[in-house]
Ligand binder design. Structure first.
Ligand code: HDE
Length: 701
């Protein structure tokens, strides 16, 4: 964004810290100009290095200290800046937080997405929960909504968090497997801790394999509290709904993406923002009046439960747009410090024991990760609201306090800074009574009903994926007793599920289980109301010398006009020579790409091009694999011959009238303008995300 007036307050504040290094002299940290940085100072050209070489010693010392501890969970992430704006003021009846209620107010934000279990250098697409952490730089101070892409969590009390994380992280003896839950310790834990099962169902579902950070929902998970001007509280659940719809990879694809592009989700976010395709979500809330606290058949304080949307609708509040990539990964995405206790007036906590533990953990973790108590001075963490207090000193102190006092109350400095100003944070007044006791509330003890609700709400395809995921995960568990114990738990969710899983993992299938309550929540399925759009979808257009250039150009232009990202993929880089002798520029060389990096594949006509592609195993595999993963395919002219070479079992058009068969769209037309009906049918197939009902062998899930 070059337009000054369009730059938000946080962006302008960051100018104080940006260092451009344009045409400057190289200096030491002390500002002394350096004459030569390729060789150390030595006693003779072949002699020993001298201690007095302050430049090289400083350079190496700084390098030695470049790393900080990675996050103990959510180490792998990607972030971006953006802006939040409410649509209108309806929520003002419930909260004094004006950034949620004043449509004239835009709030700068930084959002960090992450995987949970993997190390900082792990791949983006393991089966895992995704973090969705939003820092709002509001005028009333920073508010952090540190959520996930699942609405429920694995445990109910923070006391179990270290146990859970130790179980899911790589095994302690050999640090294997990296970024994967398919190993003995996680499933041992699950089999002994049934509160995990609802979130485990989400983990085994397609939700754990988002196609893009831009195509996943976000949830605050806990029940929080909104507070109005009179101190009245209202329970609230926060939801983020992506404008592009919620879409997932299939498992076979996700595993291959890990190799083809370990930065798949990072790159997707970065590239989209660079291209001006700003990522968007709608913030919605489910509100529950305090008098209805006990109106549900679960406890609102239990983070393993969701409020079905059919019971309490999600009401739209405003829009989040991510529009600016960070300047420096370490300074911003790595050093950003979220904390669930960063709240502003109008938002408060509940007694959810998971949330209460988080309110301790996040500050504590930043102290070790960022090396002391002054991490709020780091540019990305600094509020745009003014900061004044009597906190002093500590490692990395950036402020030069000029006041003669650092205590309150004082007379020497006119009692500045003074508490109690208008707009101060006031904690919600809640009456609390109870015996001091270490126990789990009885109201938390139904571990299965909502896991069943989730299972019942899946479409057939989604349910199949869940069964396949359990079979994969438990199939990797070496201890058969653990497999059997997990299956034994699953029968309390649904007997059929337990039996299908058992069959795949070589343990006895149970013949008795819980009576399935039969309830569903359609909103839990990703496939019930998918948003259909081709916007930002990536399409590979395969071409070799002899391609029908006019047809190719017309297809690519049409896809780009619809907002998709169309790339010409050649056998080698450079250009392909069309059948009519023009050069068509190649965007990507086939050996550097894979079908798993695209949403759809098109094969233009041109006899020589199609024959050359047909002789290349990688090109044939590219098409066959895209088909296997349910992706839209299109071919025109002789292009359909490549589909046959790839043994794709679809009806193809014999004339110019397009034929669509399970997401495979063909026309015999070639050269010049392609029929609109063909282009529309291909766009529809891409927008449908996947053709789930392909006949031959189904989707490789
Ligand atoms: Fe976190 N979590 N968490 N968590 N969490 C961290 O904070 C923790 C939980 C979540 O992009 C850590 O700065 C405890 C639920 C996200 O920087 C740490 C408990 C949810 C991120 C921590 C939970 C989350 C974190 C690690 C149980 C979804 C990444 C580094 C009581 C609502 C934020 C850090 C980022 C990160 C502790 C449970 C989401 C150690 C003790 C539930 C998105 O403080």
């Amino acid at each position: 964004m070059t337009d000054e007036s369009a730059r938000d307050r946080k962006d302008l504040q960051l100018d104080q810290d940006r260092i451009a290094d344009g045409g400057e002299a190289l200096t030491t940290q002390q500002g002394v100009r350096v004459h030569h940085t390729d060789d150390s100072l030595k006693a003779g050209g072949r002699g020993p290095t001298l201690m007095e070489d302050f430049h090289v010693r400083e350079k190496i010392t700084h390098f030695d200290h470049e790393r900080i501890p990675e996050r103990v969970v959510h180490a792998r992430g990607a972030g971006a800046y953006g802006v939040f704006q409410p649509y209108d003021d309806w929520l003002a009846e419930f909260t004094t937080a004006s950034f949620l209620t004043d449509p004239a107010e835009t709030t700068p934000v930084f959002v960090r997405f992450s995987t949970v279990a993997g190390s900082r250098g792990s791949a983006d697409t393991p089966r895992d929960v995704r973090g969705f952490a939003v820092k709002f730089y509001t005028r009333a101070g920073n508010y952090d909504l540190v959520g996930n892409n699942f609405p429920v969590f694995f445990i109910q009390d923070g006391a179990k968090f270290p146990d859970f994380v130790h179980a899911v992280k790589p095994e302690p003896r050999n640090e294997i497997p990296q970024a994967a839950s398919a190993h003995d310790t996680l499933w041992d834990f699950v089999s002994l801790q049934p509160e995990t099962l609802h979130a485990i169902m989400w983990l085994m579902s397609d939700r754990a394999l988002p196609r893009s950070y831009r195509m996943m929902q976000g949830f605050g998970v806990h029940t929080f509290r909104l507070v109005d001007a009179n101190g009245r509280g209202t329970f609230v659940k926060f939801h983020w709904t992506p404008a592009l719809g919620t879409h997932s990879l299939v498992w076979d694809e996700a595993q291959k993406v890990s190799g083809a592009d370990p930065d798949f989700n990072r790159r997707d976010l970065w590239d989209a923002i660079e291209a001006g395709d700003h990522a968007e979500w709608e913030l919605g809330v489910q509100l529950v009046p305090e008098e209805d606290e006990f109106a549900f058949d679960f406890d609102l304080l239990d983070a393993t439960k969701l409020i079905p949307e059919e019971q309490v609708p999600v009401r739209p509040v405003g829009k989040l747009v991510l529009n600016r990539n960070p300047d420096n990964f370490f300074a911003e995405t790595e050093q950003i410090a979220f904390h669930t206790a960063n709240v502003v007036p109008g938002i408060d906590f509940t007694n959810d024991p998971l949330l209460q533990a988080r309110n301790f953990s996040y500050l504590d973790t930043q102290l070790i990760r960022l090396g002391g108590p002054n991490f709020a001075h780091l540019p990305v963490n600094r509020p745009v609201a003014e900061v004044h207090n009597d906190q002093r000193d500590g490692y990395g102190q950036h402020r030069v306090h000029t006041s003669g006092t650092s205590y309150n109350k004082n007379t020497i400095s006119g009692n500045d800074p003074a508490p109690g100003a208008e707009g101060s944070y006031r904690h919600y007044t809640e009456k609390v009574e109870g015996a001091k006791i270490r126990e789990r509330s009885e109201s938390f003890k139904d571990f299965y009903s909502q896991a069943t609700l989730f299972w019942n709400s899946m479409s057939e395809v989604e349910a199949e994926h869940i069964v396949a995921a359990f079979r994969f995960e438990l199939g990797k568990v070496t201890d058969k007793d653990i497999r059997a114990r997990v299956v034994d738990q699953l029968r309390w969710i649904d007997l059929g599920l337990a039996q299908r899983v058992a069959e795949g993992v070589g343990v006895p299938a149970p013949d008795q289980g819980a009576d399935n309550h039969g309830r569903t929540s359609p909103a839990l399925s990703q496939l019930t109301a998918p948003v259909r759009t081709v916007a930002t979808r990536k399409i590979a257009v395969l071409a070799a010398d002899g391609v029908d250039g006019a047809g190719l150009t017309s297809l690519v232009a049409d896809l780009r006009r619809r907002g998709a990202v169309a790339e010409v993929v050649g056998l080698v880089d450079g250009a392909v020579r069309s059948s009519s002798g023009e050069d068509v520029e190649v965007d990507r060389a086939l050996p550097t790409m894979a079908s798993v990096l695209y949403d759809a594949v098109a094969v233009p006509g041109g006899a020589d091009s199609v024959a050359a592609l047909g002789r290349d195993g990688r090109a044939v595999h590219f098409v066959a694999e895209a088909y296997k993963h349910g992706k839209a395919l299109a071919a025109f002219g002789t292009g359909a011959e490549l589909l046959e070479t790839a043994r794709i079992d679809a009806e193809v058009a014999q004339g110019t009238e397009p034929v669509e068969d399970h997401g495979v769209v063909t026309t015999a037309a070639d050269g010049g303008e392609l029929p609109d009906a063909f282009l529309d049918a291909f766009a529809d197939a891409i927008a449908a995300h996947r053709a789930w009902d392909r006949p031959t062998g189904g989707i490789a899930a």
